[in-house]
Design a protein around this ligand. Structure first.
Ligand code: PMP
Length: 362
């Protein structure tokens, strides 16, 4: 029998695919708007699609376990050494690698209330104790997280911006945390939504690697790069730390189609700029709509927005009936809230119209 700490894990519940929902709701697939998984509404970069198509002819071969081409593209972009990079099957994989390398049943890890659901999952899977620190205005309370570190703590997870709340932590606060955190505690800075930060919010976390040997930055191709289905992410750290993570990594954890597409996506800066602009404008559109409906929302630095509707389960069902899929976040201890991913203008309009109807305002 599996140990109790495994049986006590509450499983991550992914959203249903569009095809299944269409069937359930008696709707046509093309009439469904999915704004539930923080995907890029523009799809993937055409350059990434082309590269993926070329790589398809090689799927009988094992991928390059070292990810030479993608690694070289990351080296060029960030000015780090190849040894400082760890490639993952999504950035989720990197969170698990950190847990595998640093945690066991004699240790603990710290994360925030309302933080990304995979942190407690990764911690529990490793048999370690999870310490959840109460949030401050739905965001990370870094001084409280620092105070929560115990002698047996080996990892602190920080999401910036956080999902599902979208909160942003200014660089000075993270630096103060890194300065004060014990050297033997790994700080995982999860920057899955980093590319959506506004110009005045941006900060150079990669430069921090020189100063903090216990820091790992995780990023992903799932969000602004539009490659969620291919599962590619990467970690940046000092070479000694990256080496540890690579030791527990599956040798062929990133497939060859994903490797090729990600390398091409990294080079398509025009697509990233377009995606950023679509998100910025869509965010303004949705905020204006929510304000008009008099709904409370949490200002977000990501590609999604979390808003309060009261009886979220009922409103969610009424949205589904109209073919609009958003994300209920009751499992994040936010039963009155829903999270919507920013879509294309017409999708945002559909969402706002359906929401007004669901609330009985249309
Ligand atoms: N971190 C955060 C904060 C996320 O929201 C997500 C995706 N939901 C991930 C990590 C993992 O994404 P992926 O594995 O697709 O890179």
């Amino acid at each position: 029998q599996a140990p109790e700490y495994i049986r006590s894990i509450s499983p991550y519940i992914p959203g249903k695919p569009i095809s299944e929902l269409a069937r359930e709701m008696g709707l046509r697939e093309q009439d469904i708007v999915k704004l539930a998984s923080n995907e890029n509404p523009l799809g993937a970069s055409p350059k990434a699609l082309e590269a993926a198509q070329r790589a398809i002819s090689e799927i009988h071969r094992y991928p390059d376990g070292n990810g030479f081409e993608l690694r070289a593209a990351l080296v060029k972009k960030f000015g780090v050494a190849p040894e400082q990079i760890v490639l993952g099957n999504g950035s989720n994989d990197l969170l698990n690698l950190c847990a595998a390398a640093y945690l066991n049943h004699e240790t603990s890890a710290v994360f925030s209330q309302h933080a990304f659901a995979v942190y407690p999952l990764a911690v529990k899977s490793a048999g370690a104790h999870g310490i959840e620190v109460p949030a401050r205005e739905f965001g990370h309370d870094l001084p409280a997280m620092l105070a929560a570190i115990r002698p047996d703590t080996r990892i602190v997870f920080i999401a910036n911006p956080n999902n599902p709340t979208g909160n942003f932590l200014p660089a000075v606060e993270i630096e103060a945390f890194l300065d004060a955190a014990p050297d033997d505690v790994l700080v995982v800075l999860d920057e899955a939504y980093n590319e959506y930060l506004e110009p005045e919010q941006r900060y150079d976390s990669v430069a921090w690697l020189e100063k903090y040997p216990n820091l790992v930055i995780t990023r992903t191709f799932s969000k602004i790069y539009g490659l969620g289905g291919l599962r590619v992410g990467y970690g940046l750290a000092r070479a000694e730390l990256a080496d540890l993570l690579n030791r527990v990594r599956e040798p062929f954890n990133v497939n060859n189609v994903a490797l090729a597409a990600a390398a091409a996506a990294l080079g398509d800066e025009a697509f990233v700029a377009r995606s950023y602009a679509v998100n910025r404008d869509g965010m303004a559109q949705i905020i204006a709509g929510l304000k008009a409906l008099g709904l409370e929302y949490i200002p977000s630095s990501g590609n999604f927005l979390t808003f309060r509707v009261g009886d979220a389960a009922t409103i969610n069902r009424k949205l589904l009936e109209q073919g609009v899929i958003v994300r209920p976040i009751a499992s994040y201890q936010m039963p009155e809230w829903l999270r919507v991913t920013i879509g294309l203008p017409a999708e945002n309009e559909r969402f706002l119209g359906a929401l007004a109807k669901a609330l009985g305002r249309a």
